[in-house]
Design a protein around this ligand. Sequence first.
Ligand SMILES: C[S@@+](CC[C@H](N)C(=O)[O-])C[C@H]1O[C@@H](n2cnc3c(N)ncnc32)[C@H](O)[C@@H]1O
Length: 266
Amino acid sequence: MESHAAAPRGREPEDECPGEVLERERWTRTRVGLGEPRVRFDWEAAFGRSARRVVDLGCGNGLFLIQSGYARPDTDHLGVELVPPAVRMGSLRAGQRGLSNVKFAWGDASEFICERVEPASLDEVHLYHPQPYYDRAKIPRRQLGPRTLLAIWLALREGGLFVFQTDNPEYARYAHENAGQLFEWRPRKAVWEDAPDGRTQRERVARAQGLEIFRVEARRLPLEPREAERRVAGMMEPDFDANKKGFDGRSPRGEGGGRRGARRRT
Ligand SMILES: C[S@@+](CC[C@H](N)C(=O)[O-])C[C@H]1O[C@@H](n2cnc3c(N)ncnc32)[C@H](O)[C@@H]1O
């Protein structure tokens, strides 16, 4: 387990946003709409250029995007987030910093990656601290599962990067046991060199609470699409017990005897 100093009293770890607020004339527009359901996202229209593409699925207040946007002006960054206040905060912060390569969209990131992305069109997909959802009724909302793993694999260019991070050990275990079918799954213990204090708000909060952070850099395996689909058909659904009091981890189909907290896809 990593040890980290607690945040100073009265100050949340998420207060630290990279960069500086510029004078108003230099603010940029950083909100973008997704448009009608299932319509492909037009990157060139949104960013006014053709560049490397990075997506953050469930980006929260966008700390990673802002930090990466500064560090990589040659790369376009899109965050998709369900909660409007988080979208507002991220887009305001990025806009006040004059970033033109970072945009925020309000919407369902799972729908985005499954329905709105051209195959082999993204360079990186990032998923930081997806909600574990302890309530059994909310399991279908978990962001990482066979369908989204295949969608991420399809969306990435050859050799593309998938970054996954969580502070929930059961989520980490689920991802480790399944995602290796499509990605070269490389867990790393070390903090990110580009963001030693944490890439995202949740990472900073979890570290301040003394939680272990599971970080993975995964490279897309060079598979034929039919082989990728075959592998996905054998993956577990993410119905693991996220390990909080009150969670009922029983399989809805009564399929006992499998690996703990997961059942095979049928
Ligand atoms: C625990 S927070 C982590 C936020 C951020 N990635 C971080 O690490 O600080 C999970 C985030 O995922 C968002 N979220 C959950 N399901 C989503 C979905 N289907 N589409 C977009 N955002 C989603 C939540 O609104 C929330 O902001």
